[in-house]
Design a protein around this ligand. Structure first.
Ligand SMILES: C[S@@+](CC[C@H](N)C(=O)[O-])C[C@H]1O[C@@H](n2cnc3c(N)ncnc32)[C@H](O)[C@@H]1O
Length: 332
């Protein structure tokens, strides 16, 4: 089925598939109002994902559609799922749209359908997160990490946490809710860390200014090591690619080096949560990279849990491996 036709039969088929996807999420209870409603090919709707944040939908398009085709698609989504608003993110894979890849085109401020909602609070297993649906491709929470955040909340007994590549500090919030006294959130962007501090406040936690470090992980790891800081839990959730003054990182080629470099900051018997959301780094190769990094650093390990995206709202076609892979390891 194509996403692009406004013909009646196509619209009916799209509507049926949306309803089927919605029915498949019926097991998500009211303590979670932020979840994925449509996961592309996993829901027989290749090229389209839809995330729900309360009654606001964020639809991402991975195909190029004309304005008329987009309008027809939005109309069917609106009629079928009856949201308050739909925000659109255009995520074309191909450079042929390079001329029109300004932020306003990719992630318009205004909703494509319904009323303007500048920000809202959505729940994930009862934890409150601030969401900004418009204006950026990322809206404040990566929903595929839900099960991992939940796992951390009930499995982290360590008092200190280093959350590398923290974004809006979802892991910092859950670790603090789990009882950690110190969760250091490290990210390049001051803006997302301020957003993270708001997420703390949303959950009645007091953000301590010195636990939000805006800087480069590859630089700060060296500084923290020099300072003699160590942590009970170390969270690594890097982007697939990162280029900075201090390093060029690609998850496929450099995850082992990242582990080797960062692991001295982890106390003996500490918890390492290593995450990768890159479809080109297969699960077994990701695990092999982690092992290589640990071996080079002279640290043993014990695998505690293999985590990843929830099959309820992030289904993938049978033949494919889920892109998100997370390993929780106890490090000797
Ligand atoms: C995949 S997101 C992390 C998601 C986050 N762990 C969460 O649970 O929501 C990647 C983050 O890494 C940050 N980032 C990219 N390169 C960085 C670097 N060299 N040092 C610090 N942060 C970096 C980006 O600003 C972005 O917020």
């Amino acid at each position: 089925m194509s996403l692009i036709s406004s013909a009646t039969r196509e619209a009916e088929l799209l509507s049926q598939r949306l309803l089927e996807a919605q029915r498949n999420r019926a097991g998500i209870d009211s303590s979670t109002t932020a979840f994925r409603v449509v996961n592309g090919a996993g829901d027989n709707l290749e090229g389209l994902t839809i995330d729900a944040f309360e009654d606001v939908l964020v639809a991402s398009l991975y195909v190029d559609l004309s304005q008329a085709q987009e309008n027809a698609l939005l109309e069917v989504i609106a009629q079928t799922l009856e949201p308050r608003s739909i925000y659109l993110k255009r995520r074309p894979r191909e450079a042929r749209v390079a001329a029109t890849t300004e932020r306003d085109f990719l992630a318009p401020d205004a909703p494509a359908w319904g009323e303007q909602v500048d920000s809202l609070v959505a729940l994930e297993n009862g934890v409150r997160y601030l969401i900004q649906p418009g204006g950026d491709l990322s809206v404040g929470l990566f929903l595929d990490m839900r099960d991992t955040r939940h796992w951390l909340r009930f499995n982290n007994s360590n008092r200190t946490v280093l959350n590398c590549f923290a974004y809006t500090c979802g892991f910092g919030v859950t670790a603090t809710l789990a009882g950690s006294d110190r969760a250091v959130n490290l990210d390049l962007s001051k803006r997302v860390l301020e957003w993270g501090a708001d997420n703390y406040r949303q959950n009645k936690l007091i953000p301590k200014q010195f636990d939000f470090i805006s800087g480069d992980v590859f630089d700060w790891v060296t500084r923290l090591k020099r300072r003699g800081d160590t942590f009970g839990t170390l969270i690594l959730d890097p982007p697939s690619f990162a280029t900075s003054k201090f390093a060029r990182f690609s998850a496929v080629s450099n995850y082992d080096e990242l582990i080797e470099n960062v692991i001295p900051l982890l106390e003996p018997d500490g918890l390492l949560l290593a995450c990768c959301n890159h479809h080109k780094l297969e699960r077994r190769f990701f695990m092999a990279a982690i092992k290589r990094g640990l071996e080079r650093a002279g640290r043993g390990y014990n695998l505690i849990a293999s985590l990843g995206q929830s099959p309820i709202d992030f289904p993938v076609p049978d033949a494919l491996e889920p892109p998100l892979k997370v390993f929780a390891l106890e490090i000797a």
